[in-house]
Design a protein around this ligand. Structure first.
Ligand SMILES: C[S@@+](CC[C@H](N)C(=O)[O-])C[C@H]1O[C@@H](n2cnc3c(N)ncnc32)[C@H](O)[C@@H]1O
Length: 204
């Protein structure tokens, strides 16, 4: 993987910009339907990140052969975006209905993004913070999905997640224990945008 660069402008790739815009627009439509049909009736952890903000960061990390993973990929927009940008892109999502929606969306965009239904928490992982509070917040538990993807966490160059407030330390812990040494962890927050970490330290 290269070091981070300035965002590569998409002006030289107008076809790609058009596809990304269409993907994001469709992503918001799917999210809106999901909000009405599912979240208005029962609590669900899926809320969507700001796609343009995530796109801006991915453009600084774009590199041939880069392998991308989205933890909690929901309807797949960000993983598909990474694939369209040239990453080998994978998403893991606990909700199998969302995985089906993501696969259908990938087909519509002729994307090779791959999705697995299951948990992004590696097998045997336990969260043991100093505080002693081992609750995982909104992060659910299920069968680890890495075997289905064919790659352990350490194989990924870029890992993206949109944690709910307070879940960030657990994600750093998972990366420290199972992630690649030079891997980037991208954490999106509504008020912070995308923060990029490498080896537990914030970049830029
Ligand atoms: C805040 S949403 C983020 C959705 C998407 N990444 C985005 O940024 O637009 C978190 C997603 O993680 C999923 N999730 C929660 N726990 C998970 C786990 N252990 N493994 C995989 N997905 C999980 C939820 O079902 C939800 O879709």
């Amino acid at each position: 993987m290269n070091n981070r660069a300035s965002p590569t402008p998409l002006g030289a790739e107008p076809g790609l910009r058009t596809r990304l815009t269409a993907l994001c627009d469709e992503g918001w439509e799917i999210w809106s339907r999901f909000d009405t049909d599912v979240r208005q009736h029962a609590w669900h952890p899926f809320v969507a990140a700001d796609y343009e903000c995530v796109l801006h960061t991915l453009l600084t990390l774009r590199a041939p052969g880069g392998r991308f993973l989205e933890w909690g990929s929901a309807h797949g927009v960000i993983t598909i975006m990474a694939d369209l940008l040239g990453f080998e892109a994978y998403g893991i999502e606990l909700d199998a209905t969302l995985v089906r929606i993501a696969r259908e969306l990938a087909d519509r965009y002729e994307s090779r993004a791959r999705f697995a239904a299951g948990s992004f928490l590696p097998g045997g992982y336990q969260w043991n913070p100093r505080s002693g509070d081992t609750r995982l917040g909104t992060i659910g538990q299920g069968t680890p999905a890495y075997a289905e993807l064919g790659h352990p966490l350490e194989d990924f160059d870029v890992v993206f997640a949109f944690p709910w407030t307070g879940e960030e330390p657990m994600m750093h812990d998972v990366m420290r224990r199972y992630g690649g040494r030079a891997a980037r962890l991208l954490l999106y927050g509504v008020s912070t945008g995308v923060e990029v970490y490498c080896g537990g330290r914030r970049e830029g």
